[in-house]
Design a protein around this ligand. Structure first.
Ligand code: SAM
Ligand code: 2KA
Ligand code: SF4
Ligand code: MG
Length: 205
């Protein structure tokens, strides 16, 4: 039987081999595993269909990792939903054994589990992140939805460790308005970079 308490199984909404569109690994081919379930409630979330975990089938870690390996990808990105609603220790162990690089996209709202090559931390106003993510993440990626988000982003940037990557990403529906503001901000604050959702411009998943 598979259930939320069985660490050998996870609810997968979808998985697909594409190009990482965002952040530090933008442009890199990557196999995405999108786990179902999220209660963070971002008003502008671009994958609200992922929120209700009960809609998705549970797959064994063996099935999930075999499909990732068969894709031919070297890099796996685990996302969601909020993937850290689940204990990902066994998933990362199995991906590592298969010789795959493990990256995660997380809001930081749940405790970190699993051993990751790269953690992309995207904190949200809607559910505060846990403190451990400021020291353990490799990349901070703040979505900018309005002007007040720059100050908010700096508050999080100040808490990150000194060699982390700092990105501002325009919220997609406000992309025309926010992109020029982000360009000005990063020119004034050059430890930050802009991250665009390049897969949306390319019209790929
Ligand atoms: C869909 S989330 C899933 C992973 C995790 N729940 C999180 O929020 O980090 C993946 C990434 O997309 C970003 N994102 C979600 N909706 C967005 C939007 N409308 N515009 C820009 N980025 C968005 C999130 O901030 C996160 O960095
Ligand atoms: N191509 C592509 N890159 C992405 N980077 C982060 C994504 C996500 O939804 O977590 C994502 C996504 O959905 N597609
Ligand atoms: S935390 Fe991520 S998946 Fe959850 S609502 Fe926010 S953007 Fe969407
Ligand atoms: Mg996405």
């Amino acid at each position: 039987m598979s259930s939320i308490t069985d660490p050998e199984y996870l609810p997968v909404m979808e998985s697909f081999y594409t190009i990482q569109g965002e952040g530090f690994f933008s442009g890199t081919p990557a196999y995405f595993i999108r786990l179902g379930g999220c209660d963070v409630g971002c008003v502008w979330c671009d994958v609200k269909e992922s929120w209700d975990a009960s809609q998705f089938d549970w797959f064994s870690i063996d099935q999930i990792v075999s499909a990732a390996k068969e894709s031919g990808a070297h890099l796996v990105v685990v996302t969601g939903g909020e993937p850290l609603m689940y204990d990902l220790t066994l998933l990362t162990e199995s991906l590592e054994k298969a010789g795959l690089q493990t990256n995660i996209e997380t809001s930081g709202a749940y405790p970190l589990s699993g051993r990751w090559d790269w953690i992309c931390f995207s904190p949200k106003k809607f559910k505060a992140p846990l403190e451990e993510f400021y020291s353990k993440s490799h990349e901070l990626k703040v979505v900018a939805f309005n002007k007040s988000d720059f100050k908010w982003a700096e508050g999080h940037g100040d808490k990150m460790h000194s060699d982390s990557q700092l990105f501002l990403q325009p919220e997609w529906s406000k992309e025309k308005e926010m992109t020029p503001l982000i360009v000005d901000f990063v020119k004034q604050n050059p430890k930050w970079k802009i991250s665009l959702q390049t897969h949306k411009y390319m019209d790929i998943p």
